[in-house]
Write a protein that binds this ligand. Structure first.
Ligand code: NA7
Length: 545
């Protein structure tokens, strides 16, 4: 290797992933005069929004909130066209940010990181890619995303299907023409619930293979009114502040006047049945994932949760003409909101179309996939195209796929064999100089991801600055501080109904994955206060050398 290329491969920081987290991390480091190399698997920026190109893909957080806040000029200039941005629009936004901040030159695309090992002696991480690129960094930042490793279903014969097969999260760039096709969709999570109404409009026939129904609330999406946007943007900074300090997820706000989104009623018990239903109706008409904030205890009190669920069951029965189909679409196996609530446009109504059939796998399970379709326990469904919308190995999947070893040779997968642990969701004890962005133990997927990403990136940048001032090269998480934090994360989760959801939040969708409730359910505001307090107390719980 020439002297020049050796230099080229040594950086202050190596970042894995060029989604929103990796991009902002790179930008912050550059601003501090540090050098960084980003490795990205795709051939463009955007992460989740690069890969998930399935029909109907859009964000379930409102566009004016699901965007970077670090660039005050950008947030004024960028024009979102709809209340909920589509995948192509979000990808364009990511590309625009990469251009605007000249990020591309430090990113190496189509580079899948396969290993990362910390060398005790030099105090550096050595990171290698499948194509043989290498880089070392004093610090390693995993910006690998929470929903970036698709989970294929374990169904017999999957590879024998001779028609077209697509995975929602690995969609062809040029789209798919379903005209005249008999299409089958396996899965009824958020991705499928967005895709199904769009596919149904084009396909000759659509069969939806549902194992478990999910709760979905209407998006009430629409074009944004320019006058409304202009008025909102006058208060953008205050809106952002409310999102960052929110008691819950940090999602957007539809009011022009910025305000705290704490539910009006702390408990549903304060309301009569009629008042409760009227409030649910108001939230249903407003639309979006904030439906679960209808009252303060919707996600912690079983009785109240059941009332919210009953309201949605009634809605489903009103929206779907066929009563047997409506019954099958009503979830009864988990408290509402404990699996991420879906946000849809015309999902339930789609089942009133004559070209759409719901196949209830609880009654007629799939026996196997054949070369021409799906063999159910009682019949064969002939298909031209099969779409898999079967979810992700969430939160830890991408890190699990990389051979990450600490200075003693211990693999992160071994350290996490009984479930992921990280102090503040930011750094696993024993893995010096390794930072996770929106890792397990932080609000991450229970929050507006952009709010959480920016908070973690800023925390990491600040701690690096702190270390720079003290000429410290090594940071580690104190194992006791980590244990206390993990216990707190579990405690907070157990005060809610989330652990009863059996969802990917718990790793329940991946065979063999330890069942641990991964995200921090205490809300982004509380979490930020904890992190600020840690920082203000000389990074309590971290050790420096
Ligand atoms: P999800 O929400 O994990 O949904 C996956 C769906 O696939 C869900 O309905 C599963 O049913 C179904 N699935 C998985 N394996 C099978 C098999 N073997 N047979 C039948 N059905 C199966 O993933 P999404 O991509 O929709 O959404 C993920 C997140 O992205 C979402 O929460 C948003 O935050 C954005 P199951 O429930 O396991 O019975």
């Amino acid at each position: 290797m020439s002297a020049e290329s050796v230099q080229e491969s040594e950086f202050d920081v190596v970042i894995v992933g060029a989604g929103f987290a990796g991009m902002y991390m790179l930008h912050r480091l550059r601003g501090m005069g540090l050098t960084a190399r980003v490795f990205e698997q795709g051939d463009g920026v955007g992460g989740t929004w690069y890969w998930n190109r399935y029909p109907g893909a859009r964000c379930d957080a409102e566009s004016l909130a699901y965007s970077y806040s670090f660039d005050a000029e950008l947030e004024q200039q960028w024009q979102w066209s709809e209340r909920y941005a589509t995948q192509p629009e979000i990808l364009r936004y990511a590309e625009h940010v990469a251009d605007r901040h000249d990020l591309y030159r430090d990113i190496r695309f189509e580079q899948t990181v396969t290993s990362a090992a910390f060398d005790q002696e030099s105090g550096r991480w050595r990171v290698s890619t499948a194509d043989g690129l290498e880089a070392t960094g004093c610090f390693l930042v995993m910006a690998t995303g929470c929903l970036s490793v698709p989970q294929l279903p374990d169904i017999a014969g999957l590879d024998s299907f001779s028609g077209n097969r697509y995975q929602a999260s690995l969609w062809p760039r040029n789209g798919v023409d379903f005209s005249g096709q008999r299409v089958g969709v396996i899965g009824t999570g958020s991705s499928a619930i967005q895709a199904i109404p769009v596919i149904a409009q084009q396909a000759a026939h659509l069969s939806v293979f549902q194992r478990s129904p999910n709760f979905s609330v209407p998006a009430h999406n629409g074009k944004l009114d320019q006058d409304w946007v202009d008025a909102f943007k006058k208060n953008y900074r205050e809106h952002r502040d409310f999102h960052k300090r929110a008691l819950s997820s940090g999602f957007g706000d539809l009011e022009i006047e910025p305000r705290d989104r704490t539910p009006q009623h702390e408990s549903g018990h304060e309301l009569s049945e009629a008042e409760f239903d009227a409030l649910c109706e108001e939230y249903w008409q407003t639309g979006g994932a904030r439906f679960m904030s209808v009252v303060g205890d919707a996600l912690s009190d079983e009785q109240i949760n059941a009332r919210v669920a009953r309201f949605v069951h009634n809605k489903i029965r009103q929206l779907v003409d066929d009563s047997k189909t409506a019954d099958a679409l009503c979830p009864t196996d988990h408290p509402i909101g404990t699996k991420r609530i879906c946000v849809d446009t015309g999902y339930y109504e789609t089942y009133n179309r004559t070209n759409v059939a719901l196949v209830n796998l609880r009654e007629t399970p799939i026996e196997r996939i054949t070369s021409t379709g799906v063999q159910l326990s009682d019949r064969h469904v002939e298909l031209d195209t099969l779409v898999l919308a079967t979810g992700f190995d969430a939160m830890t999947g991408a890190m699990k796929n990389i051979d990450v070893r600490n200075g003693a040779g211990l693999r992160l997968n071994e350290a996490w064999s009984e479930g992921p642990k990280a102090y503040l969701g930011l750094m696993p004890a024993g893995f010096d100089n390794l930072f996770l962005i929106t890792g397990p133990g932080s609000p991450s997927v229970l929050s507006n991801m952009l709010v959480s990403i920016e908070q973690h990136v800023d925390f990491i940048a600040d701690v690096l600055e702190y270390m720079g001032e003290r000429q410290s090269q090594r940071i580690s998480a104190d194992p006791d501080a980590q244990e206390q934090w993990v216990a707190h994360v579990n405690e907070v989760a157990n005060e809610t109904l989330f652990p009863k959801g059996g969802s990917w939040y718990l790793g329940a969708n991946v065979p063999g994955k330890p069942r641990v409730f991964m995200p921090y359910a205490g809300g982004v505001g509380v979490y930020r206060e904890v992190c600020d307090d840690v920082a203000n107390n000389d990074y309590r719980g971290f050790k420096f050398a």
